[in-house]
Design a protein around this ligand. Sequence first.
Ligand code: COA
Ligand code: AMP
Length: 641
Amino acid sequence: MDARNDTGTSRYHEVYARAQRDPKGFWADAAREIDWFEPAKKVFDPDAGIYGRWFTGASCNTCWNAVDRHVATRGDQAALIYDSPVANSKRVVTYHRLLTEVQILGAILKNFGVGKGDRVIIYMPAVPEAVFAMLACARIGAVHSVVFGGFAARELATRIDDAKPKVILTASCGLEGARVVPYKPLLDEAIRLSTAKPQTCLILQRPQCEAELTPGRDHDWKTAWNYAMEYAWTSDCVPVLATDPLYILYTSGTTGIPKGVVRDNGGHMVALKWSMKNLYNIDPGEVWWSGSDVGWVVGHSYIVYAPLFHGCTSILYEGKPVGTPDAGAFWRVCAEHGVVSLFTAPTAFRAIRKEDPQAKLLSGYDLSKFRALFLAGERADPDTVQWAEQVLKVPVIDHWWQTETGWCIAGNPLGLGMLPVKHGSATVPMPGYDVRVVDEACKELAAGKIGSIVVKLPLPPACFPTLWQQDERFKESYLAEFPGYYKTADAGFKDEDGYVHVMGRTDDIINTAGHRLSTGAMEEVLAAHPAVAECAVIGIVDPLKGEVPCGFIVLKAGVNMPPSQVEQEIVALVREKIGPVASFKLALTVARLPKTRSGKILRGTMKKIADGETWQMPATIDDPAILDEIGTALKGRGVGG
Ligand code: COA
Ligand code: AMP
């Protein structure tokens, strides 16, 4: 029987129960799918690290498992298909070719003095060289940190100062639809702002906008590559400990200082490899597409690492779901490359639906190989899921994720046998995740009751063991509030079937077009404007992007600038300091902000007013009239019910 459509006899419950009963045995079995130089001394060591570590004593190499080991059996198979409607370019990179690329780039990095444990920042668009760069770092034991191209110079500078990279790899520009985004000015400004100056930058020149190189610091990618090729430079896979860091990925925290999520080598390989068959139901050799960006965790795990560990062909798409050139772009890519499953954010499907509600552009494309759509990054609204199910006629699977975990926390394991889909739920916890819903006192709540979603420690392999050089912040942010549990900072409930329903964040993180952003970081930018006395940023419902930020400002007494000018300036300031990806376009001047008597801004109530939801007057409010003022200000901009 085909497990793909089998709702009656899923092996999920049996497999999950085994992982709970015997986690070491379960993950030791999964680890057999990975090549190790030295096997683990302990599958799990509860005394290592902060909450224990997986595969202690083992040595391995992530690049070997992603590339080298496949060359003998599938050297001529495409490892990567780069498809860029914005650069009007396509490129197939076989496993054999990928090996050559990473050997050379690894050698170039070594020549720049990069060795085991050194950090390398990768600030690049979705081009094959970004993937080569990640794998080349893994090959030589260096720790990469990819920074998303939509972040501004200041965000890059913060990451440079925290990671202290020896080398930065970048490209001359990114392509945002028809807009060319030069990266070099952003790079220069970031290095100017940072205190930890990198010695070397390697720059990939793109024909759409070539960069002028800074003498002594910048090197041309192509020239370095040609030189290395001519002199037959190469690099070998360096054995690293399973517990050594593979990468740091910065993600929004509740302040302007992002959190450096650390991913290790061993546990990461084991869990991701397991997920390809058991969760996504993909076989080696099949074509898989994660429509994300290499700058996000989904891009790390499912454009680069997992599909390559599994010997798949992975699509690297540089474009948008709409406008490059139209809302049929995703269907074109799926048909042209024989994609069996696509993983993207619900916002991408909302964008397609808005442009082409009848999915007319689908006709003419052969999607006969297409088996399933996976959605994550934000809650998949039932409307969008239903629409996708109707037009694609395949299972549409919502699954819940965090940068911190590196892979799915709750999903529908197609490879174990699909469970019935419930719209609005991410389905069930994956093996190794003991998901509970608790109240403030960490008491478990009954089915159907909304509370904080926590995961009992230890977290399974691939989840972060700590924050980069910030063990205390890790403990404080994630482990302190609910002792013995990892705080996901998501709220939701489990229903009577054990299905997990994730409803939203409990902190000031918002999700805009599947991108994770901190409203606290935006407030820091607003507060720095000389005319602003006080401010609050909340996420408000947006039909396309899920949520967008909305800023409220109170001007200082005596400011003689028109409020509209201050509003325009703060919109520009957020774009400049955080980046266009923040989508900060709405700023409102108000006379006062609603607060509790102890001075806390009532952001939750403001959000309800903006979203047109019913709300109750908080008992602790200082002056109830202010909420009417907020409602009036929002209505003035066409927001709120
Ligand atoms: N480099 C430079 N600028 C970037 C960028 C990058 N890598 N990525 C986004 N931006 C810019 C955009 O051009 C846009 O600029 P604008 O304000 O001048 O229009 C701004 O940042 C906001 O970007 P975004 O929120 O992505 O909006 P969009 O209108 O460009 O696209 C979607 C909307 C829904 C089509 C798009 O967000 C999408 O495809 N999302 C998929 C989600 C995804 O990949 N999530 C990752 C986790 S799975
Ligand atoms: P990121 O770290 O960028 O992956 O964002 C993680 C956050 O996105 C989570 O904490 C959730 O708030 C949200 N999220 C991701 N996937 C889902 C999902 N399937 N359902 C609901 N929320 C989700």
